[in-house]
Design a protein around this ligand. Sequence first.
Ligand SMILES: NC(=O)c1ccc[n+]([C@@H]2O[C@H](COP(=O)([O-])OP(=O)(O)OC[C@H]3O[C@@H](n4cnc5c(N)ncnc54)[C@H](OP(=O)(O)O)[C@@H]3O)[C@@H](O)[C@H]2O)c1
Length: 301
Amino acid sequence: MKLLLLGNTGQLGWELQRTLQPLGVVVGLDYPEVNMADAASIRKTVRECRPEVIINATAFTAVDKAEGEPELAEAVNGSGPGILAEEARRLNAILIHYSTDYVFDGTKGTPYLENDLPHPLNVYGKSKLAGERVIQSVDGKSLIFRTAWVYSLRRDSFVSKVLGWARKNETLRIVDDQISNPTWARVLAETTALILARAGDNFLPWLAERKGLYHLAGSGFTSRFEWAQAILQNNPDREEQMTTEIRPSLTSDFPTAAQRPLFSALDCSKFEQTFALHLPDWEVALKLALDSFDDSLKRVK
Ligand SMILES: NC(=O)c1ccc[n+]([C@@H]2O[C@H](COP(=O)([O-])OP(=O)(O)OC[C@H]3O[C@@H](n4cnc5c(N)ncnc54)[C@H](OP(=O)(O)O)[C@@H]3O)[C@@H](O)[C@H]2O)c1
């Protein structure tokens, strides 16, 4: 299998660069080698590589910054994936693309299903929804995985931010009215690789039969407040931790450029039934993520 991985230095892309290796030849690229805001750059990259599977882990993910740069967010998240889908169809290749819980407005009150009506509240969510729609309109062999609250310990994420704040503050105030599924980038990458492995030698028809839109995020859901509590309970760097108290607060206490959905948890049953795989419970994955960090820290200390 020849795989083209775009965005290989991002949270998810960095993990995919590792988990995809046993499957075949992996060509991993990121900006500026490929620019998802530039159709010519995307076409050239795909035509030179001639992959059988394209995995797009690129995105303009800075949710607040996107409010001030809507054209760039739209180009990277909205138009670029459409060009990729056209190029994939030209080669008869599979395209795997990721989207977000932020396509929803968060008013449903129970976990969202794939056929619930999207209604994004911010530029990032609108641009990601545009990306989904353009891929669907190209009608190639595409799998779109909507995920949520992705974290890793490599890059700036909610988990790394909470660990950083805990080193400097006795009290943290964290919102308890934003709820979704924390998703460790590593298990999302591993699950993507497992699907490809399960597809076997006949992967083209196998994946083409299952093309479509799926929700794929950490099992269970929680608030940012409870998530922060769990992060500190499992803090691998406890000696450095100053925080002794976390107080719940409201999203409205912290005005941000982008409005965020309050309850955007995803129901992943369709994915689980189709692929007989699931992401671990968010608390289990968090513990595994922080344990792996602890282990590496101990080895270098
Ligand atoms: N992070 C979340 O909480 C979250 C939640 C729901 C869904 N998702 C989705 O999950 C996927 C993976 O997210 P992630 O957290 O791994 O994202 P990430 O860490 O921000 O990585 C995105 C990658 O895309 C690259 N990129 C940005 N603009 C580009 C351009 N014009 N051309 C080529 N590459 C470009 C980035 O490069 P630079 O670092 O150089 O900018 C980075 O390597 C995305 O589809 C995202 O929308 C993420």
